[in-house]
Design a protein around this ligand. Structure first.
Ligand SMILES: CC(C)(COP(=O)(O)OP(=O)(O)OC[C@H]1O[C@@H](n2cnc3c(N)ncnc32)[C@H](O)[C@@H]1OP(=O)(O)O)[C@@H](O)C(=O)NCCC(=O)NCCS
Length: 216
């Protein structure tokens, strides 16, 4: 069994998967599936079924031997509500050390109040601390305005636009890619003004404006 990872921000916590999360995953894969319309919706046919996805998570829990550094972490609000996850994926071969980050908040009530931006910042920070890499990438499609805005808010550099490459619900959108270099992140962190998290229906904690900073 490996040590547990817990990374705390002001409004979100990144932590390892727990057995009790599986019920919520079942819900996100079988019932509350709207997030799939935003996360690589062109993969709908190849995404794999809910049962297989759950079996994979079950195996992770059964084996209890999580990779260090982690390949994914769960996102909780400060009050302990599990609202999504962050992950990292190879773009190229393992030897190239070229990773991309991803994020999903299937809980719709938790979106749009800054939690995703904070969670992704914590994740990028963790990966630059734990991996010997010089860059991290991120991608989405031009119709995903929330994700585009998160990339902008975090200071990722737009690096590529593949025009009309993503077919989504009968339209062709552009594929967009961003990058963050280790030195760029260090500079951004040093002068970070914070990300505002605004109160909202499903957004907690709250009462006022919360400003967060990366751990020193
Ligand atoms: C994308 C996602 C992770 C972002 O997390 P989040 O907590 O909603 O993001 P934040 O609240 O930190 O920031 C979202 C920003 O996008 C803006 N936004 C959201 N929808 C928008 C729209 N349709 N048009 C323009 N801006 C939009 C918000 O206003 C906010 O910007 P602001 O802080 O300047 O007001 C989350 O919305 C999500 O999981 N969506 C569904 C699945 C998904 O898209 N996954 C990513 C696949 S690449």
């Amino acid at each position: 069994m490996t040590d547990l990872t817990v990374i705390k921000g002001d409004s979100t916590v990144l932590r390892d998967l727990r057995r009790e999360d599986l019920r919520r995953y079942r819900w996100w894969w079988e019932e509350e599936i709207e997030w799939q319309e935003w996360d690589a919706p062109w993969e709908t046919e190849t995404r794999g079924d809910a049962a297989e996805s759950l079996r994979k998570l079950q195996r992770v829990l059964d084996e209890g031997d999580l990779p260090a550094p982690r390949r994914r972490l769960e996102i909780e609000t400060a009050s302990g509500r599990h609202v999504g996850w962050v992950g990292r994926y190879w773009v190229d071969s393992a030897a190239a050390g070229w990773w991309e980050v991803g994020i999903n908040l299937p809980e719709r009530s938790a979106r749009g109040c800054g939690l995703g931006t904070e969670a992704l910042a914590l994740w990028v920070d963790y990966l630059f601390s734990e991996l010997d890499i010089v860059r991290l990438g991120m991608g989405t499609w031009s119709g995903n305005h929330a994700m585009r805005r998160v990339a902008d808010k975090l200071g990722f550099t737009a690096e590529a636009r593949f025009r009309r490459a993503r077919p989504v619900r009968g339209c062709l959108y552009d594929a967009l890619r961003w990058g963050m270099l280790r030195d760029q992140w260090r500079t951004l962190r040093a002068g970070w003004p914070g990300v505002s998290v605004t109160p909202g229906a499903g957004c907690d904690p709250t009462g006022g404006r919360i400003w967060w900073r990366f751990p020193a």
